[in-house]
Design a protein around this ligand. Structure first.
Ligand SMILES: O=P(O)(O)OC[C@@H](O)[C@@H](O)c1c[nH]c2ccccc12
Length: 271
């Protein structure tokens, strides 16, 4: 079994436990009480033809299967507020519990703390999880192409849009990018970490970004250590970067984000 399949098996077990305590109809009742989702496509510069600055999606990430514990994060709301003040456009919150130490409680805490779109970062493998994301105030969900059939990808994206949300459609190969484009993804992530092996290869971003036609926002995911990595992704076509580890481990994430944004904008202007 690949790491991805293994993670999803655990996600399904945890999902079954939640489904035993909450019906879809109850969940839909909670969704009806939510304020409408924020427009993350706009927040990430999707409507801006010039797209001259680099947007940052800052992640609340406690742990990862490749690195183990990353940060204690006693107060995810306080961390998210620092991200927002530093200039992040979207906050990503890992909600997968077994491997990433996340939870829907973290999502709730962050949602209540910031005024920008929030991404529920999880291994979406059932429509129930999309309803859950909206019920907990998320504005975006993650759809990993490698984990879904074309039909699932289509249906999950349609449900996401029906609920007024956006999806980051995550890819890792040219074929996955074609599938993301074919289904009409508006936010396409290229994850340089292979979720089947957990290996990071930063060079795949530059190799693949050109396969995405004009229109969708192009997001570089994973592996940002410092401004050099930011410059590299921005120079090769990233309009946004998704950063976890480097920010949760930093004593001053607010400053780090503004530094990343400045370096990215400069790299974009000299493309
Ligand atoms: O911590 P990093 O290397 O900055 O990576 C962040 C993010 O890209 C990574 O957490 C991620 C990308 N795709 C995922 C899918 C599921 C869980 C996690 C992820």
């Amino acid at each position: 079994m690949s790491v991805l399949q293994d993670i999803i098996a655990g996600v399904r077990e945890d999902l079954d436990a939640r489904k035993a305590t909450l019906t879809l109809a109850q969940l839909q009742g909670l969704v009806a009480q939510q304020r409408p989702a924020m427009d993350a496509f706009a927040a990430l510069g999707g409507n801006d033809n010039a797209r001259a600055d680099l947007k940052v999606i800052a992640e609340v990430k406690r742990r990862s299967p490749s690195k183990g514990d990353l940060a204690g994060i006693a107060d995810p709301a306080a961390l998210a507020r620092q991200y927002e003040e530093g200039g992040a456009s979207v906050i990503s919150v890992l909600t997968e519990e077994r491997r990433f130490g996340g939870s829907l409680a973290d999502l709730d805490a962050v949602r209540a703390a910031v005024g920008i779109p929030v991404l529920r970062k999880d291994f979406t493998c059932d429509p129930f999880m999309i309803w859950e994301a909206r019920a907990h105030g998320a504005d975006l969900v993650l759809l990993i192409v490698a984990a879904l059939s074309d039909e699932e990808l289509h249906d999950y994206l349609a449900l996401t849009h029906q609920l007024g949300m956006n999806a980051v459609v995550e890819t890792h190969t040219a074929e996955e990018i074609d599938r993301a484009v074919a289904v009409g993804a508006k936010l396409i992530g290229i994850n340089v970490r292979n979720l089947k092996t957990l290996e990071v290869d930063r060079s795949i971003f530059a190799a693949l970004a050109g396969n995405i036609p004009a229109g969708p926002v192009v997001i570089a995911e994973s592996g940002v250590r410092d401004v050099d990595d930011v410059r590299h992704y921005a120079a090769h076509g990233a309009q946004a970067i998704l950063v976890g580890e480097a920010l949760v481990k930093d004593a001053t994430p607010l400053e780090r984000i503004s530094e990343f944004k400045a370096a990215g904008a400069l790299a974009i202007s000299s493309r």
